[in-house]
Design a protein around this ligand. Structure first.
Ligand code: FES
Length: 254
Protein backbone atom coordinates (compact mmCIF):
# COMPACT_ATOMS: atom_id res chain seq x y z
CA UNK A 1 0.00 0.00 0.00
CA UNK A 2 1.46 3.37 -1.00
CA UNK A 3 2.05 6.07 1.62
CA UNK A 4 -0.27 8.35 -0.32
CA UNK A 5 -3.09 5.81 -0.19
CA UNK A 6 -2.47 5.03 3.48
CA UNK A 7 -3.05 8.72 4.28
CA UNK A 8 -6.23 8.80 2.18
CA UNK A 9 -7.52 5.65 3.84
CA UNK A 10 -7.03 7.10 7.32
CA UNK A 11 -8.83 10.27 6.25
CA UNK A 12 -11.76 8.34 4.79
CA UNK A 13 -12.01 5.61 7.40
CA UNK A 14 -14.64 7.37 9.61
CA UNK A 15 -16.84 7.95 6.56
CA UNK A 16 -16.36 4.32 5.48
CA UNK A 17 -17.44 3.13 8.93
CA UNK A 18 -20.58 5.30 8.70
CA UNK A 19 -21.42 3.88 5.26
CA UNK A 20 -20.97 0.27 6.34
CA UNK A 21 -23.16 0.88 9.41
CA UNK A 22 -26.07 1.86 7.15
CA UNK A 23 -26.48 -1.69 5.89
CA UNK A 24 -27.74 -4.84 7.54
CA UNK A 25 -25.34 -6.86 5.42
CA UNK A 26 -21.95 -5.14 5.22
CA UNK A 27 -21.43 -6.52 1.71
CA UNK A 28 -24.11 -4.06 0.51
CA UNK A 29 -21.61 -1.26 1.18
CA UNK A 30 -19.33 -2.50 -1.60
CA UNK A 31 -20.61 -0.10 -4.28
CA UNK A 32 -20.85 3.06 -2.12
CA UNK A 33 -17.38 2.46 -0.66
CA UNK A 34 -15.93 1.96 -4.13
CA UNK A 35 -17.60 5.16 -5.33
CA UNK A 36 -16.11 7.02 -2.37
CA UNK A 37 -12.55 5.96 -3.30
CA UNK A 38 -13.13 6.67 -6.97
CA UNK A 39 -14.43 10.14 -6.11
CA UNK A 40 -11.17 10.93 -4.33
CA UNK A 41 -8.67 9.14 -6.56
CA UNK A 42 -10.41 9.54 -9.92
CA UNK A 43 -10.31 5.75 -10.37
CA UNK A 44 -10.47 2.62 -8.24
CA UNK A 45 -6.86 1.74 -7.48
CA UNK A 46 -5.69 -1.73 -6.49
CA UNK A 47 -5.02 -0.32 -3.01
CA UNK A 48 -8.64 0.87 -2.85
CA UNK A 49 -9.96 -2.55 -3.90
CA UNK A 50 -7.83 -4.26 -1.27
CA UNK A 51 -8.94 -1.78 1.42
CA UNK A 52 -12.63 -2.26 0.54
CA UNK A 53 -12.19 -6.04 0.58
CA UNK A 54 -10.60 -5.86 4.01
CA UNK A 55 -13.29 -3.58 5.46
CA UNK A 56 -16.07 -5.86 4.23
CA UNK A 57 -14.28 -9.15 4.91
CA UNK A 58 -14.48 -10.09 1.23
CA UNK A 59 -11.78 -11.48 -1.00
CA UNK A 60 -10.05 -8.94 -3.30
CA UNK A 61 -11.27 -11.08 -6.25
CA UNK A 62 -14.92 -10.49 -5.25
CA UNK A 63 -14.34 -6.73 -5.11
CA UNK A 64 -12.48 -6.68 -8.42
CA UNK A 65 -15.13 -8.76 -10.20
CA UNK A 66 -17.78 -6.24 -9.09
CA UNK A 67 -15.68 -3.21 -10.04
CA UNK A 68 -14.84 -4.69 -13.45
CA UNK A 69 -18.52 -5.42 -14.18
CA UNK A 70 -19.63 -1.76 -14.14
CA UNK A 71 -18.69 0.85 -16.74
CA UNK A 72 -19.16 3.39 -13.91
CA UNK A 73 -15.90 2.29 -12.31
CA UNK A 74 -12.43 2.75 -13.76
CA UNK A 75 -9.56 0.50 -12.72
CA UNK A 76 -6.91 2.81 -14.17
CA UNK A 77 -6.72 6.62 -14.27
CA UNK A 78 -9.06 8.37 -16.70
CA UNK A 79 -9.56 11.89 -18.04
CA UNK A 80 -11.11 14.70 -16.04
CA UNK A 81 -14.26 14.33 -18.14
CA UNK A 82 -15.41 10.82 -18.93
CA UNK A 83 -17.79 10.89 -21.89
CA UNK A 84 -19.86 7.72 -22.16
CA UNK A 85 -22.17 7.69 -25.16
CA UNK A 86 -25.05 5.25 -25.43
CA UNK A 87 -24.90 2.94 -28.45
CA UNK A 88 -28.20 1.14 -27.73
CA UNK A 89 -31.12 0.74 -30.11
CA UNK A 90 -33.21 3.81 -29.17
CA UNK A 91 -30.14 6.04 -29.33
CA UNK A 92 -29.05 4.51 -32.64
CA UNK A 93 -32.47 5.33 -34.09
CA UNK A 94 -32.06 8.90 -32.81
CA UNK A 95 -28.65 9.61 -34.32
CA UNK A 96 -26.13 8.05 -31.90
CA UNK A 97 -23.92 6.91 -34.80
CA UNK A 98 -23.50 10.52 -35.95
CA UNK A 99 -22.94 11.73 -32.38
CA UNK A 100 -20.26 9.08 -31.78
CA UNK A 101 -18.52 9.88 -35.10
CA UNK A 102 -18.65 13.60 -34.21
CA UNK A 103 -17.12 13.02 -30.77
CA UNK A 104 -14.40 10.73 -32.13
CA UNK A 105 -13.51 13.37 -34.70
CA UNK A 106 -13.58 16.30 -32.25
CA UNK A 107 -11.56 14.47 -29.59
CA UNK A 108 -9.18 12.65 -31.93
CA UNK A 109 -9.53 9.40 -29.96
CA UNK A 110 -11.58 6.21 -30.18
CA UNK A 111 -13.52 3.91 -27.86
CA UNK A 112 -11.94 3.46 -24.40
CA UNK A 113 -9.26 6.08 -24.97
CA UNK A 114 -8.08 9.25 -23.22
CA UNK A 115 -6.77 12.40 -24.89
CA UNK A 116 -3.04 13.15 -24.52
CA UNK A 117 -3.77 16.18 -22.32
CA UNK A 118 -5.68 13.95 -19.89
CA UNK A 119 -8.84 16.05 -20.18
CA UNK A 120 -11.23 13.61 -21.91
CA UNK A 121 -11.90 9.89 -21.84
CA UNK A 122 -14.33 8.46 -24.37
CA UNK A 123 -16.38 5.26 -24.30
CA UNK A 124 -19.36 3.81 -26.18
CA UNK A 125 -21.64 2.02 -23.71
CA UNK A 126 -24.78 -0.10 -23.61
CA UNK A 127 -28.30 1.26 -23.02
CA UNK A 128 -28.25 3.88 -20.24
CA UNK A 129 -31.94 3.29 -19.49
CA UNK A 130 -33.03 6.74 -20.69
CA UNK A 131 -34.37 5.66 -24.07
CA UNK A 132 -37.19 8.26 -23.93
CA UNK A 133 -34.52 11.02 -24.11
CA UNK A 134 -32.35 9.37 -26.77
CA UNK A 135 -29.77 9.96 -27.90
CA UNK A 136 -28.02 10.39 -24.59
CA UNK A 137 -24.73 10.08 -22.75
CA UNK A 138 -23.23 10.37 -19.30
CA UNK A 139 -20.56 12.90 -18.39
CA UNK A 140 -18.80 11.97 -15.16
CA UNK A 141 -21.87 9.86 -14.45
CA UNK A 142 -24.33 12.77 -14.98
CA UNK A 143 -26.87 12.39 -17.79
CA UNK A 144 -26.93 14.59 -20.89
CA UNK A 145 -29.97 14.09 -23.12
CA UNK A 146 -31.19 14.90 -26.65
CA UNK A 147 -27.69 15.10 -28.09
CA UNK A 148 -26.84 17.18 -31.17
CA UNK A 149 -23.50 17.97 -32.84
CA UNK A 150 -23.84 21.63 -31.86
CA UNK A 151 -24.66 20.67 -28.27
CA UNK A 152 -21.55 18.46 -28.17
CA UNK A 153 -19.36 21.32 -29.47
CA UNK A 154 -20.77 23.70 -26.83
CA UNK A 155 -20.24 21.10 -24.13
CA UNK A 156 -16.59 20.44 -25.08
CA UNK A 157 -15.90 24.18 -25.26
CA UNK A 158 -17.35 24.67 -21.78
CA UNK A 159 -15.25 21.79 -20.43
CA UNK A 160 -12.09 23.20 -22.00
CA UNK A 161 -12.94 26.65 -20.66
CA UNK A 162 -13.67 25.35 -17.15
CA UNK A 163 -17.29 26.51 -17.17
CA UNK A 164 -19.11 23.20 -17.60
CA UNK A 165 -21.84 22.60 -15.02
CA UNK A 166 -20.61 19.14 -13.98
CA UNK A 167 -17.37 19.21 -12.00
CA UNK A 168 -14.27 17.50 -13.42
CA UNK A 169 -13.25 14.18 -11.89
CA UNK A 170 -10.40 14.08 -9.41
CA UNK A 171 -7.15 13.19 -11.19
CA UNK A 172 -4.50 11.94 -8.80
CA UNK A 173 -2.49 10.06 -11.46
CA UNK A 174 -1.68 10.87 -15.08
CA UNK A 175 -3.91 8.72 -17.30
CA UNK A 176 -2.45 6.47 -20.01
CA UNK A 177 -3.91 6.22 -23.51
CA UNK A 178 -6.52 3.68 -22.28
CA UNK A 179 -7.88 2.61 -18.91
CA UNK A 180 -8.55 -0.99 -19.98
CA UNK A 181 -6.59 -3.52 -17.95
CA UNK A 182 -4.57 -6.41 -19.25
CA UNK A 183 -6.87 -9.09 -17.85
CA UNK A 184 -9.73 -7.84 -20.03
CA UNK A 185 -7.73 -8.71 -23.13
CA UNK A 186 -7.38 -12.30 -21.93
CA UNK A 187 -11.09 -13.02 -21.70
CA UNK A 188 -13.24 -14.28 -24.56
CA UNK A 189 -10.63 -14.24 -27.32
CA UNK A 190 -9.36 -10.77 -26.58
CA UNK A 191 -12.64 -9.04 -25.79
CA UNK A 192 -14.06 -8.26 -22.37
CA UNK A 193 -17.51 -9.24 -23.57
CA UNK A 194 -18.43 -11.31 -26.57
CA UNK A 195 -20.39 -8.33 -27.94
CA UNK A 196 -22.87 -8.47 -30.78
CA UNK A 197 -22.89 -11.28 -33.33
CA UNK A 198 -20.29 -10.89 -36.02
CA UNK A 199 -18.44 -8.17 -34.09
CA UNK A 200 -14.99 -9.18 -33.01
CA UNK A 201 -13.16 -7.54 -30.11
CA UNK A 202 -15.77 -4.84 -29.33
CA UNK A 203 -13.90 -3.70 -26.26
CA UNK A 204 -10.50 -3.13 -27.74
CA UNK A 205 -9.37 0.42 -27.29
CA UNK A 206 -8.97 2.84 -30.14
CA UNK A 207 -11.74 1.96 -32.54
CA UNK A 208 -15.49 1.72 -32.51
CA UNK A 209 -17.38 0.05 -29.72
CA UNK A 210 -19.80 -2.81 -30.05
CA UNK A 211 -22.34 -2.06 -32.82
CA UNK A 212 -25.21 -3.95 -31.21
CA UNK A 213 -27.64 -1.01 -31.62
CA UNK A 214 -27.08 -0.92 -35.38
CA UNK A 215 -27.42 -4.68 -35.67
CA UNK A 216 -30.74 -4.57 -33.76
CA UNK A 217 -31.94 -1.79 -36.02
CA UNK A 218 -31.03 -3.79 -39.15
CA UNK A 219 -33.02 -6.73 -37.81
CA UNK A 220 -36.07 -4.58 -37.16
CA UNK A 221 -35.93 -3.06 -40.63
CA UNK A 222 -35.51 -6.53 -42.14
CA UNK A 223 -38.64 -7.64 -40.28
CA UNK A 224 -40.50 -4.39 -40.83
CA UNK A 225 -43.83 -6.04 -41.76
CA UNK A 226 -43.82 -8.23 -38.67
CA UNK A 227 -43.01 -5.33 -36.32
CA UNK A 228 -45.56 -3.02 -37.97
CA UNK A 229 -48.20 -5.69 -37.48
CA UNK A 230 -47.29 -6.05 -33.80
CA UNK A 231 -47.28 -2.27 -33.29
CA UNK A 232 -50.67 -1.83 -34.93
CA UNK A 233 -52.10 -4.68 -32.88
CA UNK A 234 -50.91 -3.00 -29.67
CA UNK A 235 -52.11 0.43 -30.74
CA UNK A 236 -55.51 -0.92 -31.82
CA UNK A 237 -56.07 -2.11 -28.26
CA UNK A 238 -54.68 0.97 -26.54
CA UNK A 239 -55.34 3.82 -29.00
CA UNK A 240 -57.64 2.86 -31.88
CA UNK A 241 -57.60 6.37 -33.42
CA UNK A 242 -53.81 6.55 -33.35
CA UNK A 243 -53.57 3.10 -34.91
CA UNK A 244 -55.79 4.25 -37.79
CA UNK A 245 -53.60 7.33 -38.38
CA UNK A 246 -50.36 5.28 -38.28
CA UNK A 247 -51.85 2.74 -40.68
CA UNK A 248 -53.03 5.42 -43.13
CA UNK A 249 -49.65 7.17 -43.04
CA UNK A 250 -47.81 3.90 -43.62
CA UNK A 251 -50.10 3.08 -46.57
CA UNK A 252 -49.55 6.54 -48.06
CA UNK A 253 -45.77 6.11 -47.72
CA UNK A 254 -45.72 2.84 -49.70
S1 FES B 1 -30.78 2.95 -26.06
FE1 FES B 1 -29.77 4.71 -25.33
S2 FES B 1 -30.68 5.01 -23.39
FE2 FES B 1 -31.57 3.19 -24.10
Amino acid sequence: MSEEFRALLEELRPRCVEIVAQYEDSRSALLPLTHLFQERQGFVSRDAMRAVAEMLALSPAVVESTVSFYTLFFRRPVGKYVLQVCRGLACTINGAEEIMAHLRERLGIGHLETTADGLFSYEEVECLASCDRASCMQVNLEFVYDLTSQGIDDMLAAMRGGTYATAPMAQTHVPARTWTVEQDAQVSNGAKSAGAQGQSHPNNAGGLGDRSGLIMLDRIVANERFFRGRTLERLANAEPTLAKIVDEEAEAAH
